[in-house]
Design a protein around this ligand. Structure first.
Ligand SMILES: [Zn+2]
Length: 698
């Protein structure tokens, strides 16, 4: 994921009586927030100040009686809201990574305030009038490409907030925005509550059957953190439950954990998300209609490369067929494995990962447990830095002198030669106070409008920590996630634009996964693994023949992975094409869609609707974007392969200039063509996933 959704209003009368560190000018190096002095109770008063200051700045723009110019409208809007942005960055990052009841209550209070604040600005008809005037005369304004993009974005933001609608519809739009922000906050807090509530405690050898040592170590550490010292524990974090499902020989425990996992957000009672989803979808459909769009999906796709639900569906279905067929073959193979073991049950969803691991071991002699000891967290971080050094000439040096919001957070200064590029924060370990998943977000965005502002980005993961004194070991999937989020991080760090609103990852939603997914390609290359994948005990590098086996097993289980993902992408699209303002029956809807596409009963979609965090935030009708971006990343990496050198300097330069540094300063299509000379086809993607007919032989 790139940015997590920020919720964003109810006025409270709070006065700043004592100095509030949140509202001061931060004097620490790089203006890092003074975390050690910030008290949670100071957030609301600071936000009051931030909102008020932003309102004053907007009022000043409105008071200007001079004829509208790019500078007195757009530049002025871009400069406004600095204090609010700074406080928001601190608060929402904290709310996602180290929350508690006090923070959650503030989050709920802030959500409708942000929605109202935003609407007050973006529904302002005078501002819209000035933006429209600029748009009409843009040819005469001699704007740069970047300025033209910024202007178009502002125009779209005003129109999409309803500023062009009659007063009654405008009012309704504001009410919808406020309600949606409240619902969004509840959704993610409910999900966290369901995740916190479940711990599977493993008591004794019988419960641990099948689990290799690195997984036991992580489970022991989790148990200690959750108050079950001396035992082992599995949580609903992906990095905890997935390895458990892969290795646990206890079918009953796999079933128990799996069912808890896939029913997050649908457990009935206070934390149930199904009604919330139904209401959000109905509101989105209503908003789309008010704005003149056919459906919420048409609205959501306006600013994307795909543009329409039809072109999204075309891509999804082009891949669904081959993926479905492959998954069927894989299922048969796993069922044979069940039989060969002397069992006669039908493969169930909680069996898939377990038997897939066995088949992988038997066919390719590749075992995740064999790989893990070679993938120490610190080495994988070093590998990610090294690749960035080779491609983009960056160096990373850890800084221990800067304030952090949690003792586990690490800060690295990023430089090119002697020049400071930005700060990179890594927050790697799972903890009960952290939301699940992995994401990148920005503390401070690169821009040159208000000075040479360098970026500060953070990568947040949920890795299971190793035992005290022992290194944290990653699975290959974990390592891929680290490279993925680091790719987003570089998109923020390498940004080279003037305007904040087009900085870094502020690009079309189906382009945003290109820098991250593309970066994953370097991880599994021999040039990288042979240097950085070293056994945590012996220090020996990963044997070449294990690397070879890994390579040959690359397409293993791709049917499952593709089907699991595509089902979620199709359900997401259908939910937003669905125009029923009355709200939907979430369970029934999911069942219907899956039936229509003939979803294999042994596979459960990657995120079921009640815990599908992506679609509550910026990825609504946008979960397809991983695949859309993958069409490009497969094609883009092919350019390096064709050159015969995965660090080819010329290509890396073009990649830097047109993809990683350009932000949203130009249309994504133009950026891609500038890098590759042409648009990609889906062939490279099908080949990458091993779904092309000619390469289906294992
Ligand atoms: Zn991502």
């Amino acid at each position: 994921m790139a940015q997590r959704a920020k919720s964003g209003d109810k006025r409270r009368k709070c006065k700043l009586s004592t100095p509030n560190p949140l509202a001061e000018t931060w004097t620490s190096p790089f203006e890092m927030p003074p975390f050690e002095r910030i008290k949670v109770a100071e957030f609301l008063p600071a936000f009051d100040k931030g909102f008020a200051q932003h309102r004053r700045e907007i009022a000043a723009v409105l008071r200007n009686r001079q004829p509208a110019t790019f500078a007195n409208v757009i530049d002025a809007l871009e400069r406004s809201g600095d204090l609010l942005n700074r406080i928001s960055a601190v608060f929402f990052n904290l709310a996602a990574t180290d929350t508690n009841e006090e923070i959650q209550a503030i989050e709920r209070a802030l959500a409708p305030r942000f929605a109202r604040h935003r609407m007050r600005i973006y529904q302002n008809t005078t501002l819209l009038g000035r933006v429209r005037g600029l748009l009409k005369t843009r040819r005469r304004l001699k704007l740069s490409k970047e300025q033209a993009c910024v202007l178009e974005r502002y125009h779209r933001a005003f129109i999409n907030a309803g500023a062009g609608l009659p007063p009654k519809a405008r009012k309704r739009m504001a009410a919808i925005a406020a309600r949606m922000s409240v619902l969004g906050t509840h959704f993610s807090q409910n999900l966290l509550a369901d995740e916190q509530a479940f711990v599977l405690v493993l008591d004794g050898e019988a419960d641990l059957a099948g689990l290799p040592e690195p997984i036991r170590a992580a489970a022991a550490q989790t148990a200690a953190e959750r108050g079950h010292k001396g035992k082992h524990a599995i949580t609903l974090q992906r990095s905890s439950i997935e390895p458990f499902l892969q290795y646990s020989a206890r079918r009953d425990l796999r079933e128990k954990a799996f069912n808890a996992w896939i029913t997050r957000g649908a457990k009935g009672g206070r934390t149930d998300n199904r009604k919330i989803v139904a209401e959000v979808l109905a509101l989105r459909a209503e908003r789309a209609k008010l704005l003149g769009f056919k459906t919420a999906a048409h609205f959501a796709l306006e600013f994307s490369m795909a543009k329409t639900p039809t072109s999204v569906r075309k891509l999804l279905m082009e891949v669904w067929g081959p993926a479905r067929t492959r998954a069927g073959e894989e299922r048969n193979q796993l069922q044979q494995c069940v039989q060969a073991e002397g069992s006669n049950f039908e493969l169930a969803p909680w069996d898939w990962r377990y038997y897939a691991e066995k088949v992988r071991k038997a066919h390719f002699a590749v075992d995740d447990g064999e790989i893990k000891p070679f993938l120490q967290l610190d080495s994988v971080i070093a590998a990610a830095f090294d690749v960035a050094g080779k491609l983009f000439d960056l160096t990373f040096a850890e800084r221990k002198d800067l304030p952090v919001y949690h003792p586990e957070v690490r800060i690295f200064e990023v430089k090119r030669g002697e020049r400071h590029v930005g700060l990179f924060l890594g927050d790697y370990f799972a903890r009960p106070s952290k939301h699940s998943g992995a994401w990148m977000s920005s503390w401070r965005k690169q821009q040159r409008l208000t000075g040479d502002i360098t970026p500060i980005v953070v990568n947040v993961m949920n890795f299971a920590k190793g035992r005290p004194g022992e290194p944290t070991l990653l699975s290959l999937d974990d390592a891929r996630t680290l490279f993925h989020e680091f790719g987003h991080g570089l998109h923020g760090l390498l940004s080279n634009v003037t305007y904040p609103s087009v900085s870094g990852t502020s690009v079309e939603k189906d382009f945003v996964e290109l820098p991250s997914q593309l970066y994953e390609h370097w991880l599994t290359r021999h040039e990288v693994l042979s240097r950085f994948a070293r056994h945590y005990k012996t220090g020996k590098s990963m044997p070449p023949e294990l690397l070879k086996r890994l390579e040959s097993a690359r397409n293993f289980n791709q049917g499952f992975k593709t089907v699991e993902y595509l089902a979620a992408a199709i359900v997401d699209l259908d939910l937003h094409v669905h125009g029923d303002a009355e709200g939907i029956d979430v369970d029934g809807f999911e069942r219907e869609v899956l039936k229509r596409i003939d979803m294999p009963s042994e596979i459960v979609m990657r995120h079921r609707i009640p815990h599908f965090q992506h679609i509550m935030g910026g990825y609504a009708a946008g979960y397809y974007s991983y695949l859309w971006s993958e069409v490009m990343d497969a094609d883009a990496f092919q350019a390096f392969e064709e050159s015969g050198h995965i660090f080819d300097a010329k290509l890396a330069r073009r990649l830097h200039d047109h993809i990683y540094a350009a932000g949203g300063s130009r249309a994504a299509v133009d950026a891609y063509i500038a890098f590759r000379g042409r648009l990609p086809s889906t062939q490279a993607l099908l080949k990458k996933r091993g779904l092309v007919a000619s390469t289906t032989a294992r």
